[in-house]
Write a protein that binds this ligand. Structure first.
Ligand SMILES: [Zn+2]
Length: 239
């Protein structure tokens, strides 16, 4: 019975990925997308399905990482791991900022400084993606990116911004099961755009995650197996 349920969920997921709202409106007719992350590994822990969709749609993409994740004095290693992870996903256009004012840690970053870095790297960009105001894990560095983007958009009205929607902790670790609440909630809220990864893309994201070797503590293996962010991303426009 459990196997039958699991297989049914997989079939539902595959059908949604194939025939559901695969390519949300905000990904269509984009000139170039800028994804702003706080730490090496954010790109695969949270944004993997979106990065795969952007590659699938052949949209020019730049990834901007605003710290080298030096909280445990492993910044240089994590820089190398980020490059390897992005290369595995087919992404070569990325920049990493290592500013002493915005280092990896459980503190808020200055939104004005973040906005200035977004400005610096947004040439030719039509949309900017980053975390929402909860930052998926509640990490203040992630939340600060949202505040920096909001500030940037106030001064740059021709560029659009989108934030990755945070969901409850229970839903976060239900992997493919989360396709059910995702579909139901999308029926109620048409402002949310959902992107799913194919299973091939899931394994590509998983492999990128494994390339962040210095971060692969035991619980990260469970994260890969259980997190819905490995399969599903929801986006909302930043107003
Ligand atoms: Zn992070």
């Amino acid at each position: 019975m459990i196997w039958l349920t699991f297989i049914s969920l997989l079939v539902l997921y595959v059908l949604y990925h194939k025939y559901g709202w695969r390519h949300p409106l905000f990904l269509q007719s984009q000139k170039k997308i800028l994804l702003v992350i706080a730490h090496p590994d954010d790109e695969v822990m949270f944004f993997g399905p979106t990065l795969c969709a952007i590659k699938r749609l052949k949209i020019p993409l730049k990834v901007l990482c605003l710290s080298n994740g030096n909280a445990d004095a492993m910044g240089k290693i994590r820089e190398i791991e980020l490059k390897a992870s992005l290369e595995n996903l087919g992404i070569s256009d990325f920049s990493l900022v290592n500013d002493t004012s915005i280092q990896d840690g459980f503190v808020s970053w200055d939104p004005a400084l973040i906005s200035s870095y977004i400005h610096k790297y947004s040439l030719g960009v039509s949309s900017i993606l980053t975390f929402d105001d909860y930052g998926i894990s509640g990490h203040p560095n992630h939340i600060s990116l949202n505040h920096g983007l909001v500030l940037f958009l106030k001064q740059n009205t021709k560029i659009k911004g989108y934030s990755l929607k945070s969901i409850s902790l229970i839903r976060k670790f239900t992997f493919v099961i989360d396709i059910i609440p995702t579909i139901l909630l999308n029926m109620l809220n048409s402002d949310v755009s959902t992107i799913t990864a194919s299973f091939t893309e899931y394994f590509r994201v998983r492999n990128s995650m494994l390339l962040h070797q210095s971060q692969m503590l035991w619980f990260r293996h469970f994260y890969i197996m259980l997190s819905r962010y490995m399969l599903i991303n929801d986006w909302e426009e930043v107003q």
